[in-house]
Design a protein around this ligand. Structure first.
Ligand SMILES: *Cc1c(COP(=O)(O)O)cnc(C)c1O
Length: 378
């Protein structure tokens, strides 16, 4: 490893979460693993490979570029691009054997033509708008006829149909679901049967088992990001964030730290400098709120957090340069979990995990041992 600041990704915890989720859903429901945003910061290549070796073979990403990055690993799992793929990139969907999300006849028509040119069939999932109002084919009096036209295109395989819940409340979520199921019913009346129907993300999967249909699209819970809506699931947080001390110095009462000298020592104290900052993805607004943990004891971040470094108040405790500094832990042993950090930073867990930058090496743990280290040399 070329840097002390790193992410630890515990594949044993990931395995536990897969088992827990598989126990929760019925055996005929496909576990679709959401690997967008570099697998929520866990490294999509490493995570995909590990999941595939452990029986998960449906992967979902948000964009074409993420799908191609995964496909380069040369493993032939299914990859659904859940977002929009602009017309000019659709040929890559076909040449990389990806599954596209389609919600207009125009795109279906273009994709069909491109597939014909490559002498292939393009696999698609239709996205239906039911109230999230992000992407999808609006449900109105034209929807069935539009889908009928799409189904007639010879070089398309309509493998799936889906919608996304806004998770507003039970009543609103059911309105969305009912609208979706009503459309499915109408399509079936017209002899259009689409094999994979899906609605639920992590929270939907737990809250509404009856909506699991043929597949669930699971991100947050797979990575063990704790949620109040985890039901009976005993999930374990997969990722933790660590570093080591780069410098220790004594500060006299009245001396100040960092930009604007906004933190002043009330007493003589000892200060450690840590080699991580906001450009690694740690929220800059953790100033005055953040703390790290060394030997099970918490130490506050003092002074403004810099791009690449920050300081903590050791209060003369004995620590060494070899000690593991837990910046974000799993919540045990006095550490802040992703859940705690995201509340303090006034954002959500997904934002914190997904914005770690490429200069942070990832250390993969399997059977309690280092299994692989991934670091990008730019
Ligand atoms: C991100 C995403 C998911 C996964 O959401 P989690 O809450 O992380 O499980 C599911 N479906 C769609 C359409 C998404 O964009």
């Amino acid at each position: 490893m070329l840097r002390d600041t790193h992410l630890k990704i515990n594949l044993d915890c990931l395995d536990n979460n897969v088992r827990e989720i598989k126990n929760l859903i019925s055996p005929d429901v496909i576990l679709g693993a959401v690997l967008k945003a570099n697998a929520y910061g866990h490294g999509s290549k490493g995570i995909a490979k590990h999941l595939y070796e452990n029986g998960v073979n449906h992967f979902l990403v948000s964009s074409l570029i993420e799908a191609i990055q995964l496909r380069r690993e040369n493993v032939h799992y299914k990859i659904l691009i859940m977002g929009h793929t602009p017309d000019q990139y659709l040929n890559h969907v076909i040449s990389n054997d990806l599954t596209a999300t389609i919600f207009t006849f125009e795109q279906a028509y273009i994709l069909n033509k491109l597939a014909k040119n490559q002498n292939k069939k393009a696999v698609v999932h239709l996205k239906i708008e039911t109230g999230f109002n992000r992407l999808g084919l609006q449900v109105d009096e034209h929807t069935v006829s539009t889908i009928k036209q799409i189904v007639k295109l010879d070089n398309l395989i309509i493998e799936g149909i889906f919608t996304h819940l806004a998770l507003t409340n039970k009543e609103k979520d059911y309105e969305q679901y009912t609208l979706f199921m009503h459309l499915i019913g109408e399509l079936e009346n017209h002899k259009i049967k689409i094999p994979i129907k899906h609605v639920c993300d992590s929270i939907g999967m737990v809250l509404y088992p009856e909506m699991n249909l043929n597949m669930v699209r699971v991100g947050a819970l797979l990575y063990g990001l704790q949620s109040e809506e985890k039901g009976k699931l005993k999930i374990q947080q997969v990722m933790t964030f660590h570093t080591k001390i780069s410098h220790i110095k004594e500060l006299k009462k009245g001396e100040c730290i960092s930009y604007g000298n906004r933190w002043q020592a009330k007493d003589n104290t000892s200060i450690a400098t840590l080699p991580f900052g906001y450009s690694d993805g740690y929220p800059r607004n953790m100033y005055k709120k953040g703390r790290v943990t060394i030997n099970n004891k918490a130490y506050p971040i003092v002074g403004v957090i810099c791009m690449d470094q920050c300081m903590i108040d050791l209060k003369h405790d004995k620590v060494t340069f070899d000690d593991d500094v837990v910046i974000i832990g799993d919540g045990r042993n006095n550490t802040l979990s992703f859940d705690a950090v995201s509340s303090l930073a006034q954002t959500n867990k997904n934002e914190i995990v997904s914005r770690f930058t490429s200069r942070v090496p990832k250390v993969y743990i399997k059977n309690n041992r280092i299994f692989n280290i991934e670091q990008e040399l730019l």
